[in-house]
Design a binder for this molecule. Sequence first.
Ligand code: RET
Length: 253
Amino acid sequence: MTIPALQMGSLGVAGEGIWLALGTIGMLLGMVYFISKGWGVTDPEEKEYYIITILIPGIAAASYLSMFFGFGLTEVELVTGRVVDVYWARYADWLFTTPLLLLDIGLLAGASRQDIGALIGLDAFMIVTGLAATLMKIPIARFAFWTMSTIAMIFILYYLVAVLGEAVAGADEDTRSTFTALRNVTLVSWAVYPVAWLVGTEGLALVGLFGETLIFMILDLFAKVGFGFILLRSRAITGSSAPTPSAEESAAD
Ligand code: RET
């Protein structure tokens, strides 16, 4: 006897359930690692980074689990008759986690509230227009919204380099090098998302749901857990950026 819900949960539509399961586990492991690393941190500024960075894989784990159980999945029937399987839960995940990633990097760079606000506003616009692209029934409308979303993404990436790059210029060496590493992870991983959408089932369907789910899982783990690893291992987040006296200096006092 087969239980449809379980079978669906374990396999997905095209066997992609395996990637959703791995995505859930990867996010949970990342979250548990970040929690254990942050346990006992008392410095308020450092705590803030931990809270944001723990939430990111936590939200993603919930989204991946819902997709694994087939809850975050819907079908869109295009006017052409093609039926697209859409994991909408990703967009719910991204709507919350991408602003948190930008908040982390903005705080690290010492960006102004206005600049962080502008980045987050653009980001919400990118995700919502991306979701619109995904749910539209008319192919040309899908590509029009994809283009809008991609333009918003290009602005975000430009902002990261130009505006945040300028904000971080006066910071200490640890902060600057951590910022550069996080910025590069973000530039590289984010830029692949619209391409994955375009070649995947939502776009030109050159890659099936199985391959596309794998690509998104790798990107999500890199952009969230890889990002968190770099940030939380850095000395840039410990306390204020004022240098702490070295052991010899304190002993000499
Ligand atoms: C979509 C489709 C439409 C065009 C663009 C997209 C961009 C998505 C991005 C997602 C980033 C997600 C991250 C998740 C967490 O780790 C919506 C796929 C531009 C950039 C970083």
